[in-house]
Structure formats: C-alpha cells, structure tokens
Design a protein around this ligand. Structure first.
Ligand code: ADP
Ligand code: MG
Length: 490
C-alpha cells in the first residue's frame, strides 16, 4: 500500500510534476434557453432560434428557467456538493462577434454549486478530484468560418443555451488521469440526465489548465487548452503541452500564462491569446436578475428522485456479484447497460460470464450496428438463458456465439429451440466420446506414437482430430481429459 502511494506521489515526467485543473462546460438538456423560451434544439437553420431576450435587445428581461436550476441541483447532489440557498448571477463583460450583447450572464462570486468531488479508478488506484464549484451560465453564439469565403458568419442559435461550468481544484497529475476524470464526469452528467453528452455537437466541452513544476515547488504558471471535445484529442493535447512546457523551461524560458488551442492535424497546441484575468471582465451582479433562491424542500425533492449513481453502483456490483473493478466500471457506462447486466446476471446466476458477454459480443455488435444499448435486440432474459446453457455445458462458448447471432438477427427467440435446430448441443455422453477418441487414435497411429515418444505437439493435433470427428460438439475439456487418459493407458 505504502509502496503504491509513494509511486503515485513521484509520478514525474523528466523530473517535473504535472498539475492539471479542469473547467468543463456541460450543456444542460432543457427544452428552452436559460433565460428565454427559445428552443435549444441542435442543428436548426442559423439564427432561427435566438430571440430578443437571448440578444438582450432593449426592453427585454431575462427570466430564469426552473429546469436549468433543477439540473444544477441534481449535479450538486450527485457529486456531494453544497447547493447554495442563494447564489448570484453576474455579467461577464467582453466583446466578441458571437456575443453581440456585450456580456455573458454567468455566476461569479457566489455559484449555485459549491465544493464536491469526483472519484474514479485509474487501473487499481482510486483517485479523487475535488471540485471548486459548478455555476450556471448562458452560452454565446458561434462563428462560422467554413461557408463564407473571406468572411465569417455568425449563428446566434446557441446564444442563451444553458451551461453548467464545472471547475476542479488542480488535483490531476497526468494526461491519463485527466481523461479518466473527464470520462467519469461525462458518465455522471449523462447518467443523471442533465446533459446529452454529445461531444461532437459541443454538449460537453473541456478546458484543461496545465502547468509543470519541480516536486515541492509552488504551482507553476498554467496554460489553458480550450475546447477539448474528444477524449483522444484531450490526451494528445495534454501530452504535447506537458512536453512543450518542460522543453521551454529547460531551454531557460519562463512559461507565460496563455489560452491555447489544440490542432488535431499537427498534434500541437498553439497560443491563441494571452490569458485575461478575472478583473478584465469587470464582473458585476446582473441588475436584471434577483439572486437565485433555492428552498431546502426543493433540494430534498430532487434528492428523493435521484437514481443510484454510477460509482456507487460499480462498488455494489463488485460487492454483490464479485466482479472485478474493471468490469464494474465498464458495465456502469450507462443506466441501460447496468440494468441489462443486473437482469441477466440475476436470472442466470452467472455474473462473470454475463459480464464477459456484455463487454465482448454484445458491445461489439452494438458498435457494428450502431445501436444504442437501450435498443439492444437480444433481451437480457435471452442472454441469461443462453449463458446458462454455456455454464451447464449444454453448448460450447463458440456455439453460444451462433445462438447469440441468431437471436440478434431475430431468427428465433427460443434459445433451446435454436440450439436444437442448429444441432449445437455438446456431446456430453462419455461413451460416445470414448468411441470417437478410440477411432481417431486408431486412424492416427503415427501421431499417437509421436506423443508417446514425448512430442507434446502431437497431443493438440489429436484434440483437433477428435473435435473434427465430433463435428465440434465434443466438450473440449472432456476431450482433453479423456484423450490424455487413453494415451497414457496405452
Ligand atoms: P480563472 O478564473 O482564471 O479561469 P481559476 O482560478 O478559476 O482561474 O482556475 C481555473 C482552473 O485552473 C481550475 O480548474 C484550477 O484548478 C486550474 N488551475 C489554477 N492554477 C493552476 C495551475 N498553476 N496549474 C494547473 N491548473 C491550475
Ligand atoms: Mg475560469
């Protein structure tokens, strides 16, 4: 144990300790915008879903969307935060073409969600990343560069879309940890249904603040990598940034605080602008919005409706079904997968085998056919029956794949009828098996001689012959045992 802790504390890259803090924007899955009734649906014609309130045209007033607040409360409860009885909206002032109103409504000094933590496993090791806060804010519009030659277009549909910005302490110590944290956070927000998690559409965007230091030194100067919207790029970007900073320092330069972008084509990060300080934004409480008051009774109501959370559930799967931590984490990817597992495991009494099938064949087919777990064509009860037939030796694992394939394609839904129709039953009659083995030994006398002369390879060849002679129906383990017995007898 001590060994492990020590190893972690000295996880160094070329003698430097890596320090990372995350800011994640999760788009909240509400029907309408955070302060207006305009729709938040993705993919509409540009500028058809921004209303006067979203643009803060004169004479309009924002009105808080209750559902967005409910999402924030759900999140706060999920990560063990304090949900503030009163929080304050502030204007963050800056100019950018996609923000024609000149300020973004956000929360600054008093956010709605305070503290909390996110835990996950990295290999065998449990890691906990502390959260500083999560605050509600509105999104800005979008600049479009591709469709206009030499010009930029502005699409304001996204203006006013509700976001929850989730900020960590600088607790992350490697790119692998960063990705594991982001995946766990992604799992949490989708699990509790506050975010659709679609990274391509920008529903879950991460900014990674990265610095390096010699162990024991105060925190180094950070650079913030903006808008990481895939886990793969996240790891690449952070790894590049770490190496870049170390090289820079080794060359005798100081790191300058900056905002950088990752270019997937070159695999490099590039400075976009030197970083602003909070003071540059001239935050002040938004005079159009009263403080956000949340009654205890509302928090209690939301709490009562909370589902079992993925980490707690994973720990329960380990305890109740004796699953390895890896399986439990994989199976709790989504509520749909977790409940599919539990139903099949309970029905069959074969938790580990069910887990192998879900992580293997089920996931593989879902991927190929691009089907969501919710729409899996083989129901949990069928998988349970099929797995039960493997466990009791009726069919081999390979025959199970044929049954599964038939179930998947809807060729039938009675497992035993499929086994019968396809002639997949394993030979469990030892007399029949002995007969086949004797025939195979008689027909392959030279191989038998070779084995007896000490050539182990001949054994596998004989097993192959027996399997072939049984047309794949012999139980491989029984073949092994019986064949060895017979060879050693002679
Ligand atoms: P800002 O308000 O300028 O964005 P914050 O203090 O809110 O700055 O920090 C933003 C994020 O950067 C947080 O996740 C925090 O943990 C992280 N962070 C702060 N200092 C460092 C540092 N020296 N190295 C790495 N991450 C840092
Ligand atoms: Mg910040």
């Amino acid at each position: 144990m001590n060994q492990k802790v020590k190893k972690e504390a000295t996880l160094l890259v070329q003698g430097y300790e890596v320090v990372i803090g995350f800011e994640t924007h999760a788009q909240l899955a509400t029907q309408s915008k955070i302060f207006s009734r305009a729709s938040t649906a993705f993919g509409a014609e540009p500028n058809t879903q921004a209303c006067a309130v979203d643009l803060a045209l004169p004479g309009t007033l924002p009105v808080m969307n209750r559902e967005a607040v409910a999402c924030a409360i759900r999140f706060g409860l999920a990560v063990g935060s304090h949900v503030a009885e009163e929080s304050v909206f502030a204007r963050k002032n800056y100019f950018y073409p996609d923000l024609p109103k000149g300020y973004q409504i956000s929360q600054f000094e008093i956010p709605v969600v305070q503290g909390g933590e996110v835990s996950f496993y990295l290999g065998e090791e449990k890691k906990t990343v502390r959260l500083v806060r999560a605050h509600l804010e509105e999104d800005a519009g979008k600049s479009l560069h591709e469709d206009f030659h030499g010009l930029s277009g502005i699409d304001l549909n996204r203006a006013g879309t509700p976001l929850l910005e989730i900020v960590t302490e600088p607790d992350i110590r490697s790119s692998a940890e960063a990705v594991a944290y982001a995946k766990e956070l992604h799992k949490i927000v989708t699990w509790i249904g506050i975010c659709d998690g679609n990274m391509q559409e920008g529903s879950f965007r991460c900014d990674a603040n990265v610095s390096v230091r010699k162990p024991g030194d105060p925190l180094g100067t950070r650079r913030e990598i903006k808008n990481l919207n895939s886990f793969k790029f996240m790891q690449q970007a952070i790894d590049f940034e770490i190496r870049w900073q170390i090289d820079r320092i080794e060359d005798g330069y100081e790191i300058e605080q900056a905002t950088v972008l990752f270019d997937p084509d070159t695999g490099e990060t590039r400075a976009m602008r030197t970083k602003e300080d909070a003071a540059d934004y001239r935050y002040f409480p938004d005079p159009d919005l009263p403080p956000l008051a949340i009654e205890r009774s509302w928090v209690d109501e939301v709490k009562a409706a909370m589902p079992e959370l993925p980490r707690a559930m994973a720990e329960r799967l380990v305890a109740d079904y004796g699953l390895p931590e890896y399986d439990a984490t994989t199976l709790t990817q989504s509520p749909a997968m977790a409940s599919y597992f539990e139903e099949a495991a309970k029905t069959s009494g074969q938790a580990k085998l069910v887990s192998n099938w879900i992580m293997g064949e089920v996931s593989r087919r879902l991927n190929i056919d691009e089907i969501a777990m919710e729409a899996v064509p083989v129901k949990a009860a069928k998988l349970a029956t099929m797995v039960g037939r493997i466990a009791d030796g009726t069919i081999s694992n390979n025959a199970g794949k044929q049954v599964f394939d038939a179930l998947w394609k809807g060729e039938g839904d009675d497992v035993d009828a499929l086994i019968e129709a396809k002639g997949l039953k394993q030979m469990n009659d030892s007399g029949e098996l002995e007969k086949i083995i004797e025939e195979v030994m008689a027909a392959n006398a030279p191989m038998v001689e070779q084995f007896r002369a000490g050539k182990d390879k001949a054994f596998n060849a004989l097993v192959g012959q027996v399997m072939k002679a049984s047309r794949g129906k012999a139980n491989p383990q029984a073949v092994n045992e019986t064949l060895r017995q017979k060879l050693e007898q002679g």
